[in-house]
Design a protein around this ligand. Sequence first.
Ligand SMILES: Nc1nc2c(ncn2[C@@H]2O[C@H](COP(=O)(O)OP(=O)(O)OP(=O)(O)O)[C@@H](O)[C@H]2O)c(=O)[nH]1
Ligand SMILES: O=C([O-])CC(=O)C(=O)O
Ligand SMILES: [Mn+2]
Length: 589
Amino acid sequence: MSTPFEQFVKEMQEFFTPDKVYIMDGSEKEAKQLAKEAQETESDGKKVLKELNGKVYPNSYYHRSNPNDVARTEHLTFVCTPTKEQAGPNNNWLDPKEAKEKMNALMKGSMKGRTMYVIAFVMGDPKSKYAKNCVEVTDSVYVALSMRIMSRVGKDAIARIGNSKDFFRGLHSIGDVNPDRRFVMHFPQENLVMSFGSGYGGNALLGKKCYSLRIASYLGYNEGWLAEHMIVIGVQSPDGKITYFLAAFPSACGKTNLALLQPVFPGYKVWTLGDDIAWLNIGEDGQLYAINPEAGMFGVAPGTGDKTNPVMIDTLKNDKFFPTLFTNTAVNDADNSPWWEGLSKETPSDLTDWQGQKYNASAGKPAAHPNSRFTVSIYNCPTLSPEYDNPNGVPISGIIFGGRRASTIPLVYECKDWNAGVFTASIIGSETTAAAGGAQGVVRRDPMAMLPFCGYNMGDYFQHWLNMGKKVKKLPKVFMVNWFRKDENGKFMWPGFRDNSRVIKWMIDRIEGKAGAKESEIGLLPEEGALDTTGLDVSKETMDKLLSVNKEDWKKEVAMVEEFYAKFGDKIPKDLRTHLEELKQAVNK
Ligand SMILES: Nc1nc2c(ncn2[C@@H]2O[C@H](COP(=O)(O)OP(=O)(O)OP(=O)(O)O)[C@@H](O)[C@H]2O)c(=O)[nH]1
Ligand SMILES: O=C([O-])CC(=O)C(=O)O
Ligand SMILES: [Mn+2]
């Protein structure tokens, strides 16, 4: 008798008709073999991987994708629930039967002439009761290697699945990378995703956004937990105490940077647990606990440098885990190493750009794609928390929400209580970034930084957040931040990056009841002098502006929120409507 896993592999082989089937064991030896294969394999007119200079970044390989396939494609991403209402206005919807017919027509036989890689993986530590079993099949060796970095792949996963039928099924085929034949279809009720026509992270590494956020959020809704677009960090203060935080910012708005933060104050240290996804459960003691289901980081390269994020540079230079991938960066031909804007002050003279052309700086375009990324194991991170693979996760004392906003949102404020925090998170607005295709810099609502990732109706999701608050014993404090406010000349007013530790320090002091706050229309702002600006090169006037509430701006904000809420009709919980009404009155007074 074959196991359900073996039966699934057989079914997939019959469906995709690849020339070869390869079941990954997850070993380093195998990864080296796959990297070799990738350097010999042609896909979309070029070799899948090119080896980079191992003396600069150990175990590093370069991948250049099709220029039409460099980011998530939200307009081609669907949640296929029995009814449209279940998916909600936050998702594109297609009837599951129709979606399958569409995908079957594209995917049947699509692996002819290729190898089908079978990736059994666990999201979360295999010892954890919160971890989930998954299988992805793909015809992309780049995806297979990326999944090895991002999750726990191979033998242990196959053993954990055992004779169970209960595992996520992810079907991925890169097809001919034609955007007209590209779709990412989610079937939450069947624990299934079908993805065709893209090799890009969020579209193709199905354990990431597709499973650990869209499908998992739906599971969490039914099972009483939360799957969130959040980092997990422990912040150690001089007395040795570690305070655990979650932080949710929309894509390309600073999560990875905060996750690897090097504080400016002596005696403070950030311990990294996760940089993109957190699963939140209520522990036996009634507290909120978080695990990071991932095992790697798929991070934005531009802007990452010695000054902004020295810990990430050390991570990329670590030789612990094989391999590290660089996708759509530029290449410095002087030493065959990856390069991107912000890595060094000077642009190297001998660059090949992300599209494989000799770089000409005078054309005014960046050499690396704005959404170029590295894929690196979290075990390479020198600040990895010893609690990272604690099967119970870590107890959370603070939740930070944020967005990218040139105006309106102060540098930081605290929400009065849990429900005010849920309300504040539900109205987050953020300027769109290069992490998703389409126009950039447009303010849109992105509640909890989950707009593109919530696998069900966001009205129900807000209610689920409120319900969780009723069950958690010692509720975390909730904060809102904005690192991206700009002055009249379009310059960032706050230096950001390492200086963000100043804001975190205030939060710890608030949690401990040591720092002051003053009431405002939107929540609690740091009291005069409560935010430590020692050694900071920002004028008092700028600081005051950063911590101010402009009622005219907020009137416009409220109007945008009303418009957003209206899309959900009576699915918006009453409590959130009341909060909105109160905010409206406060800013109109
Ligand atoms: N001005 C400013 N830029 C920042 C700050 N933190 C991060 N950035 C920049 O914002 C971009 C995205 O940052 P990341 O930390 O990679 O974003 P992320 O939230 O992890 O993104 P995803 O992986 O897409 O979910 C990078 O170009 C960073 O250099 C900050 O405090 N201030
Ligand atoms: O996986 C991805 O697509 C990259 C990412 O973190 C995001 O877009 O939020
Ligand atoms: Mn993300």
